[in-house]
Design a protein around this ligand. Structure first.
Ligand code: PRP
Length: 208
């Protein structure tokens, strides 16, 4: 038996599609209501639905053998798992954005950056040789430069519509991100056959 922690929300539908294409018994997850744990109707697999950061926690603690989670979350986490596959779903990018008149690269005084991703933001500006103040925000990050909490934001952009609808523009694209398969280190030793079989099935479906 293996257990898989799936990230709720944006990645959920695309993850389910992958299992469906693999021919797994994922039907219970398609009509799920508020249920959070599911057993595959064809394979010996349990699925849990969790928030992105918790997906990493469950995998690191071995409660889930495998996790489907965005690279954005992994870049903010400690590295106590194996990252074994790029799922090619949930594709988006990290960007630096603000109001057109608030270019953070042209500001000579103290620069404040609002973000849900302090590690990524800190690292990026360090590489640019800029000493910035990072302000951690939990959501609706686009609001922060508009209300004057910060000069610019580091955030993820997918379609670009949130930036556009709030009058923000991109000053730099930091990197591309997508969803990854992570695996608990002990599980990979103890359940290697099952996990490699799973990765093989997924790989065939996504063309890896
Ligand atoms: C993310 C991100 C942006 C938005 C980008 O937020 O922080 O706000 O999605 O997507 P777009 O380019 O397709 O518009 P999310 O929707 O996860 O919610 P949040 O506001 O709670 O952070």
């Amino acid at each position: 038996m293996i257990s898989i922690a799936l990230t709720k929300g944006r990645l959920e539908k695309e993850s389910v599609k992958i299992f469906e294409a693999c021919g797994y018994g994922i039907e219970p997850l398609k009509d799920k209501g508020r249920q959070l744990v599911f057993h595959d109707t064809k394979k010996d697999i349990d699925y849990f639905l969790v928030k992105a950061a918790d997906c990493v926690t469950y995998v690191e603690h071995g409660v889930a053998d495998v996790g489907f989670v965005g690279k954005d979350t992994l870049l903010e986490s400690t590295n106590r798992y194996y990252e074994l596959m790029d799922l090619q779903i949930g594709k988006c990018g990290f960007i630096v954005a603000s109001l057109p008149e608030k270019d953070p690269f042209k500001k000579n005084t103290h620069v404040k950056i609002g973000t849900k991703y302090p590690t990524v933001a800190k690292q990026y500006f360090k590489e640019k040789g800029m000493d910035v103040e990072i302000i951690k925000i939990e959501g609706s990050v686009e609001l922060a430069p508009i209300l004057g909490l910060c000069d610019a934001i580091v955030d993820i952009v997918e379609t670009g519509s949130t930036l556009k609808e709030n009058g923000l523009i991109v000053f730099d694209r930091i990197c591309d991100i997508s969803a990854r398969v992570i695996v608990n280190k002990a599980s990979f030793r103890l359940k290697k056959k099952e996990i490699l079989e799973l990765l093989d099935d997924i790989g065939q479906v996504i063309g890896e």
